[in-house]
Design a protein. Structure first.
Length: 172
């Protein structure tokens, strides 16, 4: 029987079980124990810094070459992030040492998480589909897209200038 176990140890996955209530199976490359918490933090921070710089650099470079008519930079980093997180997930599922816990924190949580959260959203949706958790996938898809756009509009409405505030001046 397949069951959706969601995000565990940085991976979204499903597992085959012998029956209801069967214990989760530990996967190799799990999180380090004890006093290595600083390594986790360092991996995420370094990866995140590089991902943010890559996103900024890509957006600027692409805008300089293709213009600002369409947000090409965002599209490029989102799509490349999806491709890269797919590779990382496949390597992790195969038990590759390339995706040991520190490398996964650096590359997936830090670098790709900073480069694009869209790749994590896409992987979670595909993982739910593979686990035959179609309702989870549909809810995830609809909430991220419809509610995300709605909340951007709400944020714009909340942040709009008040009728008593002079145009071009933000309070704060």
């Amino acid at each position: 029987m397949k069951r959706w176990i969601g995000r565990i140890g940085g991976w979204m996955c499903r597992e085959e079980t012998a029956g209801e209530g069967a214990p989760a199976v530990d996967r190799p490359g799990g999180p380090p124990r004890g006093d290595r918490w600083w390594l986790n933090l360092a991996c995420v921070m370094l990866g995140g810094s590089l991902g943010a710089l890559t996103r900024h650099g890509t957006s600027r470079l692409v805008a300089d070459h293709l213009g600002n008519g369409l947000p090409w930079g965002t599209l490029i980093v989102n799509l490349s992030g999806c491709f890269l997180i797919g590779i990382c997930f496949a390597l992790g599922q195969r038990g590759s040492r390339l995706m040991a816990h520190p490398a996964r924190l650096f590359l997936v949580t830090g670098y790709l998480g900073s480069l694009t959260t869209f790749s994590a959203y896409a992987l979670e949706s595909v993982s739910a589909m593979h686990a035959e958790a179609h309702l989870v996938m549909a809810i995830n898809f609809l909430c991220n897209n419809a509610l995300g756009v709605a909340l951007v509009f709400l944020g714009m409405w909340v942040g709009r200038p008040s009728s008593t505030e002079p145009a071009g001046k933000a309070s704060g």
